[in-house]
Design a protein around this ligand. Structure first.
Ligand code: DQA
Length: 138
């Protein structure tokens, strides 16, 4: 069975409550339960942290054991050389995802330190961005 993990960064634990006009009304756990049902032939796991170092530790932990990583590093995408280095250091291919179209938002969201080290980037499709990333691994 393929092992795929979704890793969400800071403030994404507030999905459903946080700026719903941008991020929607659905909580991630609700959405994740549906994803697990839809993709029941793979092992799909989920991790969220608001702490940069914890995200790096998780990347190290899964990065040599999983078949794919779906990473929404949230605001750390635009700031963290350390997370970008971790993505480069591990073996598992990583897809960068974003719920919103970061290119239609503030200019400080246009830069991604992670994208050059990612297998691909999917953004702007709401929560469906995660679904599309899973499909790309199948
Ligand atoms: C986000 C976009 C980031 O710019 C922002 O900081 C987030 C969420 C997205 O999924 O659209 O927290 O990664």
């Amino acid at each position: 069975m393929k092992k795929i993990i979704i890793i969400n960064g800071p403030n994404l634990n507030l999905l459903g409550k946080r700026e719903p006009s941008i991020y929607g009304n659905t909580s991630f756990l609700e959405f994740f339960a549906n994803l697990k049902e839809k993709y029941n032939t793979i092992t799909l796991s989920y991790y969220q942290s608001n702490i940069e170092g914890e995200i790096i530790n998780k990347l190290h932990e899964v990065g040599f054991a999983y078949d794919g990583i779906i990473l929404n590093a949230a605001a750390y995408t635009h700031t963290s050389i350390a997370i970008a280095d971790a993505v480069k250091a591990i073996q598992a291919p990583t897809i960068e995802v974003h719920i919103s179209n970061v290119h239609s938002r503030e200019t400080y969201r246009h830069l991604s330190y992670i994208a050059p080290n990612a297998k691909g980037v999917i953004l702007g499709f709401g929560l469906q961005s995660y679904d599309l990333a899973i499909q790309s691994f199948l």
